[in-house]
Design a protein around this ligand. Structure first.
Ligand SMILES: Cc1ncc(COP(=O)(O)O)c(C=O)c1O
Length: 330
């Protein structure tokens, strides 16, 4: 796992249930120890709820506040605007590496430089990045990186938190129990060094082995090849859908593997149901990103999300299905 994400040491890789648990761990452990009243946490408008709510919870506990970086017109995190907002009071910046709604890819290196310039740490939510591009945490320059196994063709219930060694070393335990201790007595309990300190209880051995198999699978295909394959499918899809007057496309032209759209006068759930009848499976809803939906001025979007198993024939089926939606709804 360490090699897969370019981590310098296996000691820096903590197995968790998924990105949600990883972010809660960082918020409660690192945030609980490092945030104080008046400190600020920088998020962005496109974050998944799992990269919003844990910060709201720790902000309420510590007296820290939250700022929200805006988006550019085409749906990227606006790093120029964020640079102007960041101050020495910001202790943490937490951003999606790739948006699960818009597919926009963050300039993570620049985000790291901006965060570090004011003395803040950078957490990247890599859920949608690891299945779509080669990730090297050392090159990205971030301080925390998280992802979930089931978005990487692996099992549910397993995920990874990576953090810089010295940061993990200084973090207090979050959950207590077996396997995370050094010595236990009623007088005094001492804790194991990381990563064991953060892996209380019986480990999810099956999940880790499943995730290992998934990594072998994507590495056999090659993440460069996967990125190019999905980029080509996104291009085809955006070209085809932008030719249809009634379709509104969200996100930047070069979005990674994800195309969100809306059809005028048709609820995304109806789009999903009709496409389903044509054997095209999309996701419809708020995608756990309600603040982003409010920003876009919609309640929900329809979202095509590509994987290694998709081909041009799937794009064609999607476009045929959308033509059917527009026929049915006149
Ligand atoms: C960008 C992003 N972040 C976080 C999550 C949360 O992942 P999990 O529910 O596996 O913890 C998801 C899952 O939908 C996601 O797409």
């Amino acid at each position: 796992m360490a090699r897969f994400i370019g981590a310098p040491s296996t000691e820096e890789v903590v197995f968790v249930r998924g990105a949600t648990e990883a972010i809660n761990l960082v918020a409660q452990s690192w945030g609980g120890a490092n945030l104080k009243p008046g400190d600020r946490i920088m998020l962005s408008m496109l974050e998944h709820h799992s990269n919003i709510v844990p910060w709201q919870m720790i902000a309420a506990r510590t007296g820290a506040g939250i700022d929200v970086a805006p988006l550019t017109e085409d749906g990227r995190i606006d790093l120029d605007a964020m640079a102007a907002m960041l101050t020495e009071r910001h202790k943490l910046v937490a951003l999606a590496h790739v948006s699960n709604v818009l597919g926009s890819v963050l300039d993570a290196r620049r985000a790291a430089d901006l965060a570090h310039k004011v003395g803040a740490k950078l957490l990247l939510d890599g859920c949608q990045a690891v299945p779509r591009m080669a990730v090297d945490v050392a090159a990205l320059g971030c301080d925390f990186y998280t992802f979930s196994g089931h978005k990487l063709y692996g099992p549910t219930g397993i995920g990874v938190l990576w953090a810089r060694g010295e940061i993990l070393e200084a973090m207090p335990p979050w959950q207590g129990g077996g396997a995370m201790i050094d010595k236990v007595s009623f007088a005094r309990t001492t804790y194991a060094p990381p990563p064991a300190r953060f892996e209380a209880g019986t480990p999810h051995v099956v999940g880790v082995l499943g995730l290992d198999a998934a990594i072998e699978y994507v590495e056999t295909i090659g993440l460069g090849a996967i990125a190019a394959h999905e980029a080509a499918l996104v291009r085809e899809t955006r070209d085809a859908l932008s030719a249809l007057n009634s379709v509104r496309l969200f996100g930047p032209e070069d979005s990674a593997g994800i195309v969100s759209f809306a059809i005028e006068g048709v609820h995304p759930h109806d789009i999903g149901t009709i496409l389903d009848e044509s054997r095209v499976a999309i996701r419809a809803g708020h995608h756990c990103a309600q603040p982003l939906m409010a920003h876009l001025g919609v309640e929900a979007t329809a979202r095509a999300s590509f994987g290694v198993y998709n081909g041009v024939q799937d794009v064609e089926a999607l476009v045929r299905g959308i033509a059917r939606v527009t026929r049915i709804f006149g």
